[in-house]
Design a protein. Structure first.
Length: 102
Protein backbone atom coordinates (compact mmCIF):
# COMPACT_ATOMS: atom_id res chain seq x y z
CA UNK A 1 0.00 0.00 0.00
CA UNK A 2 1.28 3.48 -0.90
CA UNK A 3 0.68 6.59 1.14
CA UNK A 4 -1.52 9.19 -0.58
CA UNK A 5 -1.21 12.89 0.10
CA UNK A 6 -2.61 16.12 -1.33
CA UNK A 7 -0.58 18.94 -2.86
CA UNK A 8 -1.27 22.42 -1.47
CA UNK A 9 -3.36 23.15 -4.57
CA UNK A 10 -5.40 19.95 -4.16
CA UNK A 11 -5.96 20.69 -0.44
CA UNK A 12 -7.25 24.16 -1.26
CA UNK A 13 -9.52 22.97 -4.07
CA UNK A 14 -10.92 20.10 -2.00
CA UNK A 15 -11.78 22.47 0.84
CA UNK A 16 -13.56 24.82 -1.58
CA UNK A 17 -15.39 21.89 -3.17
CA UNK A 18 -16.67 20.51 0.14
CA UNK A 19 -17.73 24.00 1.24
CA UNK A 20 -19.58 24.44 -2.06
CA UNK A 21 -21.38 21.10 -1.63
CA UNK A 22 -22.50 22.12 1.84
CA UNK A 23 -23.59 25.58 0.69
CA UNK A 24 -25.45 24.54 -2.48
CA UNK A 25 -26.65 21.10 -1.41
CA UNK A 26 -26.43 19.59 2.06
CA UNK A 27 -24.42 17.46 4.47
CA UNK A 28 -25.67 14.24 2.87
CA UNK A 29 -24.38 15.21 -0.59
CA UNK A 30 -21.05 16.34 0.85
CA UNK A 31 -20.68 13.12 2.84
CA UNK A 32 -21.54 10.97 -0.20
CA UNK A 33 -18.85 12.78 -2.18
CA UNK A 34 -16.30 12.29 0.63
CA UNK A 35 -17.17 8.57 0.75
CA UNK A 36 -16.64 8.22 -3.02
CA UNK A 37 -13.37 10.14 -2.77
CA UNK A 38 -12.19 7.95 0.11
CA UNK A 39 -12.97 4.82 -1.94
CA UNK A 40 -10.95 6.16 -4.88
CA UNK A 41 -8.02 7.11 -2.65
CA UNK A 42 -8.04 3.63 -1.11
CA UNK A 43 -8.19 2.13 -4.61
CA UNK A 44 -5.13 4.01 -5.86
CA UNK A 45 -3.19 3.43 -2.63
CA UNK A 46 -3.42 -0.35 -3.22
CA UNK A 47 -3.45 -0.25 -7.02
CA UNK A 48 -1.65 2.95 -8.09
CA UNK A 49 -2.00 2.31 -11.81
CA UNK A 50 -5.68 1.32 -11.71
CA UNK A 51 -6.76 4.65 -13.20
CA UNK A 52 -5.89 5.61 -16.75
CA UNK A 53 -2.87 7.68 -17.71
CA UNK A 54 -3.81 11.24 -18.60
CA UNK A 55 -3.69 11.77 -22.36
CA UNK A 56 -2.86 15.44 -21.89
CA UNK A 57 -0.43 15.45 -18.98
CA UNK A 58 2.62 13.21 -19.13
CA UNK A 59 3.31 11.23 -15.97
CA UNK A 60 -0.11 11.88 -14.45
CA UNK A 61 -3.08 9.61 -13.89
CA UNK A 62 -6.71 10.69 -14.06
CA UNK A 63 -9.20 9.42 -11.48
CA UNK A 64 -12.92 10.11 -11.91
CA UNK A 65 -14.64 10.49 -8.53
CA UNK A 66 -18.03 11.54 -9.90
CA UNK A 67 -19.53 12.83 -13.11
CA UNK A 68 -18.53 16.32 -12.00
CA UNK A 69 -15.18 15.74 -10.26
CA UNK A 70 -11.87 14.25 -11.34
CA UNK A 71 -8.49 14.33 -9.68
CA UNK A 72 -5.04 14.05 -11.20
CA UNK A 73 -2.22 12.29 -9.40
CA UNK A 74 1.42 11.35 -9.73
CA UNK A 75 3.14 8.22 -8.42
CA UNK A 76 6.48 8.66 -6.62
CA UNK A 77 7.84 5.11 -6.88
CA UNK A 78 11.04 5.66 -4.86
CA UNK A 79 9.15 7.24 -1.95
CA UNK A 80 6.24 4.79 -2.27
CA UNK A 81 3.86 7.77 -2.30
CA UNK A 82 1.06 9.10 -4.44
CA UNK A 83 0.54 12.85 -4.74
CA UNK A 84 -2.89 14.13 -5.69
CA UNK A 85 -2.00 17.22 -7.71
CA UNK A 86 -5.39 18.85 -8.25
CA UNK A 87 -9.13 18.36 -8.38
CA UNK A 88 -11.04 19.42 -11.46
CA UNK A 89 -14.72 20.19 -11.94
CA UNK A 90 -15.78 18.91 -15.36
CA UNK A 91 -18.05 21.94 -15.82
CA UNK A 92 -15.01 24.27 -15.78
CA UNK A 93 -13.13 25.50 -18.80
CA UNK A 94 -10.45 22.85 -19.56
CA UNK A 95 -7.88 25.61 -20.15
CA UNK A 96 -7.90 26.23 -16.38
CA UNK A 97 -6.60 22.70 -15.90
CA UNK A 98 -3.82 23.33 -18.44
CA UNK A 99 -2.68 26.34 -16.38
CA UNK A 100 -2.66 24.31 -13.15
CA UNK A 101 -0.79 21.31 -14.53
CA UNK A 102 1.66 22.89 -16.97
Amino acid sequence: MMEVYLSKLAESKLLKLTEYLLEKWDVKVRDEFINKLTEKINQISYHPKSCPHSNKFKGLFKCVVSKQTTFYYRIHIKKQEIEIITFFDSKQDPSKLNKELN
